[in-house]
Design a binder for this molecule. Structure first.
Ligand code: DAH
Length: 372
């Protein structure tokens, strides 16, 4: 038998009386039932379940009881706390459900209401592809060069070895500016940017120049008086046609996909010598010239059956042009190539006619997204 518990204080443990515990529970249950919000419940939880709540105090006093009384008091207080805890949890679930259904009503979105949001515009695929090509060349250490659209006739023709009587000068259907002796034209190609660059910079020169060009063509399925070209020029010691082929290969692979092969054919441009036309292997039939259509071979429509697509002109920069720009052809050599962006894009994406390219309908551009 243990001796009398000298720690036992009948006043202190009054909170453990069954009546006091019941009263605390009843009080708590009333308060929990009375709250009407989750914030209110939080306050009730602190008051009736928190560290300073009557039941928590009672629980702490169990320790002061003589061992014989501990079990019973512990059970009583434990059950009481359990009931309060359950009531809080039930009220919590109820209030949360009420809140959720209120939110569903209050925050309802009527998806059928006409929107005020305007669709975003889209960048034109010509811009996209020009930038992508330029970026790729910048990534290889080249620079982007620019020139004016209103160009000196001398830079557009003469400096490029297209003298006043050169037949090629008439071949490019030029917009001349009034008065005719102003010496200005709307540039017919991006090649004058080559001259501007060579006059401005010392070799080594590696530039890529995308831009608008103009010719007196009527707008039809394959022509437009305003179109875009991209021009590349490299001047360095020891550049050969092998470097030109390498640069063109890099170019077509960016534009038409990895592994796209190229070939060159002899051609003539006054500003390059030798001059070439470049073709790349058709991306639709991969050079076969025909496409399998359910077992039978039909002629490839993209390349017209040849297996190759014409890309543009290129060549080694004519020594006369180098000299006109103050570059010593005994020390430096260079290559250049240029092509029309519209044509390349139309081919790449099966665009049916030039009208679609120039009309500026945002729905056309949107199909290309931000990337091409
Ligand atoms: N400027 C030529 C044209 O518009 C294209 C061209 C041919 C550009 C040969 C070049 C080149 O850089 O080397 O028809």
């Amino acid at each position: 038998m243990s001796g009398p518990n000298t720690n036992y204080d009948p006043v202190e443990v009054a909170a453990l009386e069954p009546a006091a515990v019941d009263a605390a529970v009843a009080h708590a249950l009333r308060a929990i039932a009375a709250v009407s919000s989750l914030e209110g419940l939080k306050a009730a939880r602190i008051a009736h379940q928190g560290e300073k709540s009557p039941l928590a105090l009672a629980n702490r006093e169990i320790g002061a009881l003589p061992p014989s009384a501990k079990a019973e008091a512990g059970k009583r207080v434990g059950q009481a706390r359990g009931r309060v805890g359950q009531a809080i949890a039930a009220r919590q679930a109820q209030l949360e459900a009420e809140r959720d259904s209120r939110i569903l009503v209050e925050e309802r979105v009527d998806v059928t209401v006409p929107t005020l949001r305007r669709p975003l515009g889209a960048r034109h695929p010509i811009e996209l592809v020009a930038q992508r090509l330029a970026d790729s060349f910048v990534g290889m250490g080249w620079e982007v060069a620019e020139g004016p659209e209103l160009e000196a006739e001398w830079l557009n023709f003469d400096a490029l070895n297209l003298g006043p009587d050169h037949p090629a000068r008439q071949m490019q259907d030029t917009f001349f500016l009034d008065p005719v002796d102003s010496g200005l034209v709307l540039r017919t190609h991006t090649s004058p940017v080559q001259i501007r660059t060579m006059l401005e910079k010392e070799p080594p020169i590696y530039v890529v120049a995308p831009g608008k060009v103009f010719r007196t063509d009527e707008l039809d399925a394959t022509h437009t008086p305003v179109f875009h070209q991209i021009e590349c020029l490299a001047i360095d010691a020891g550049l050969t046609m092998a470097h030109l082929r390498g640069a063109i290969d890099a170019f077509v692979q960016i534009m038409f996909g990895a592994g796209t092969r190229t070939r060159v054919r002899a051609s003539y441009f006054p500003f390059t010598e030798p001059s070439m036309e470049t073709d790349f292997v058709c991306f639709a039939c991969h050079g076969a010239g025909s496409i399998d259509a359910g077992g039978s071979a039909v002629q490839c429509r993209t390349c017209g059956g040849s297996g190759w697509i014409e890309l543009g002109g290129s060549g080694m920069v004519n020594r006369k042009v180098l000299r006109a720009c103050g570059i010593d052809p005994e020390v430096y050599s260079g290559f250049a190539f240029g092509l029309g962006i519209e044509r390349a894009l139309m081919l790449r994406h099966g665009v049916q006619g030039m009208h679609e390219m120039v009309e500026g309908d945002v729905r056309f551009s949107q199909q290309f997204g931000m990337e091409v």
